[in-house]
Ligand binder design. Structure first.
Ligand SMILES: [Zn+2]
Ligand SMILES: [Zn+2]
Length: 103
């Protein structure tokens, strides 16, 4: 389901960092600094079919050994949850550390 992938740069609406293109083949769908995302996809990652476009906050992580790590994003408007693959340059470990401190 990885058709219609758009690899684009954008400015994060949460932390206002400029996000460059994904270092690999994948579409960048979340900020590597704060891990916030935007509700762009409807059914599949990269389909850009959603008309919501609100900020999605990282609510959970799915840490799978020897597999892709996934971030669960939740839309601040409609509440839709989407699992996203972690990008190689994400501040993913920082997010885990912060999260562990909160618990
Ligand atoms: Zn950000
Ligand atoms: Zn939404």
């Amino acid at each position: 389901m990885w058709f219609k992938m758009i690899n684009e740069s954008f400015v994060c609406e949460n932390c206002h960092n400029e996000i460059t293109q994904h270092p690999e083949w994948s579409a960048r769908n979340h900020c590597p600094f704060c891990l916030y995302s935007k509700h762009m996809d409807d059914n599949f990652p990269g389909d850009r079919a959603s008309k919501c476009h609100w900020l999605m906050i990282p609510v959970d992580i799915d840490y799978k050994k020897n597999k892709w790590n996934m971030i669960k994003h939740k839309c601040t408007k409609c509440g839709k949850e989407i699992l996203n693959k972690v990008a190689p340059d994400d501040e993913f470990l920082e997010f885990i550390k912060k999260r562990n401190k909160m618990i």
